[in-house]
Write a protein that binds this ligand. Structure first.
Ligand code: NCD
Ligand code: ZN
Length: 348
C-alpha cells in the first residue's frame, strides 16, 4: 500500500550481494539483515566458493557473524562459483543441498576475484545441461573480457557473443542476467523467455557515468559493470518500475577497504547496503512508481527462484537520514555510497 510519505510492504530480499569473509562479515551483515530476509551471497571470495562443502562452511561463517537478533530471521542463500573444472556431480550435490540456490558464471578476469572463473563456457556445457535439468539458475556476470573491447561496450558485446548463444542452446535453463546496465540488456531480457530475468542495482539507476569524473576522479563510484550513459540509466529505471516480473532487486553492494579504492589501481565495487531498500524507494518515488516497489523488491525474486515470498512487512518513511563518511570495515574502513550525504527514506 503506497501513500506519499510512508509505504508498508512485504519484507524484501537482496538477490545479489557481496559480504566478503572472516573479519569483514560482521561489519556489513547487520545493514543487510536489518532490511532483507534473504540475500544471494556471491561466491567470489579470495578463495572462491567452488563446492557445496565450501558453500556450507561459508554459510556457517556468515551465520556466526550475524548479530543474535538476526540469526533466526536472516537466511543467506548460497551460490557456487563456476570454473572450467566444475563437474556435473558437484552441481547435483549443490541441487540436493537445499542451501545452494544458484551457480555464478564470472568470465575469467571480468571483475573482482574472477581470475579463477570461466575461461571457456563451452567447457561448461555439460554442467549447464545438468543445471537446466535440475532447475538450478545460472547467474551471469555479462561482460566480455577482451581488452580490445571498449569498457562501456562490454555488456552489449557479451550479449551478442555469448548470451544469445547460451539462451538458444539451453532454452530451459534459468538465467539471471546480473546487475544489468544498458538498454540492450533490458531489451534482451524483455524479449527472452520467462526463464530469463535480471537484477538491477540502485547505483546504476541513481548515477550515470558522469559521476565517475565529477570535479575529479571518483573511485567510490567505480564498479563493474561500469556506470553507463544517461539513456541507459533511464532504460533501467523504466524496466525496474514497469512491473515486469523479469526484473528484481539485487544491490550488488560490494564493500572494499578505503585503501583499496583510493588507490592508483582502485578496486571495482560500491557499498550500498546501508540504504539497501531506501535508495530504491527514492528511485521509485522520483519515477512516480512507489506502487511498483513491493513487487520488484519482494515478489519477483522469490517467484523466479521458486521460493516463498516473505510474510512479514517493513515500513519506509520519507525522512532525511545522514550517511556517515565511512564505517569500520574489518580493521580498516569502508566508504559507503553518498558518504557524508543523506538517504531520503528511512526504514522504521
Ligand atoms: C564486485 C566485487 O567487488 O566483488 N564488484 C563490482 O564492481 N560489482 C564484483 C562484481 O559483482 O562484479
Ligand atoms: Zn556483484
Amino acid at each position: 500500500m503506497a501513500s506519499k510519505n510512508k509505504i508498508t510492504m512485504t519484507r524484501p530480499d537482496d538477490w545479489h550481494l557481496h559480504v566478503r569473509d572472516e573479519k569483514f562479515l560482521a561489519s556489513v551483515l547487520p545493514d543487510t539483515a536489518k532490511r532483507f530476509a534473504r540475500a544471494i551471497m556471491m561466491p567470489n571470495l579470495t578463495d572462491p566458493v567452488t563446492t557445496t562443502e565450501r558453500a556450507s562452511e561459508y554459510r556457517d561463517r556468515i551465520i556466526n557473524a550475524l548479530p543474535n537478533e538476526y540469526k533466526l530471521t536472516f537466511d543467506p542463500l548460497m551460490t557456487l562459483y563456476l570454473t572450467d573444472r566444475t563437474t556435473t556431480s558437484e552441481i547435483k550435490k549443490a541441487c540436493d543441498s537445499g542451501f545452494v540456490h544458484a551457480v555464478k558464471w564470472y568470465p575469467a578476469g571480468a571483475t573482482t576475484n574472477s581470475a579463477k572463473g570461466v575461461s571457456d563456457i563451452v567447457a561448461c556445457y555439460d554442467v549447464l545441461e545438468t543445471m537446466a535439468e535440475e532447475g538450478m539458475p545460472l547467474l551471469v556476470h555479462g561482460e566480455v573480457t577482451d581488452p580490445s573491447v571498449d569498457v562501456f561496450d562490454r555488456e552489449k558485446v557479451f550479449i551478442d557473443q555469448f548470451l544469445e548463444g547460451i539462451l538458444k542452446n539451453f532454452p530451459t535453463l534459468k538465467v539471471v542476467f546480473e546487475h544489468i546496465t544498458t538498454e540492450h540488456a533490458v531489451n534482451l531480457v524483455i524479449g527472452a523467455s520467462d526463464n530469463v530475468a535480471a537484477t538491477i542495482t540502485a547505483h546504476h539507476m541513481l548515477l550515470n557515468r558522469n559521476a565517475l569524473f565529477k570535479g575529479g576522479i571518483r573511485p567510490h563510484h567505480y564498479c563493474l559493470p561500469v556506470l553507463k550513459r544517461e539513456n541507459h540509466r533511464q532504460a533501467l529505471i523504466k524496466a525496474a518500475t514497469s512491473g515486469n516480473k523479469k526484473f528484481f532487486l539485487g544491490t550488488d553492494s560490494a564493500p572494499h577497504t578505503r585503501s583499496s579504492k583510493e588507490n592508483a589501481c582502485g578496486c571495482a565495487g560500491i557499498y550500498t547496503s546501508h540504504g539497501g531498500i531506501e535508495f530504491y524507494a527514492e528511485i521509485f518515488d522520483k519515477a512516480d512508481a512507489l506502487d511498483k516497489l513491493e513487487a520488484f523488491a519482494s515478489f519477483h525474486g522469490p517467484d523466479f527462484y521458486g521460493l516463498k515470498r516473505n510474510r512479514d512487512k517493513i515500513t519506509l518513511s520519507r525522512a532525511t537520514v545522514a550517511i556517515k563518511d565511512s564505517f569500520p570495515f574489518g580493521d580498516e574502513e569502508c566508504v559507503p555510497l553518498r558518504a557524508g550525504g543523506s538517504l531520503e527514506w528511512s526504514i522504521d
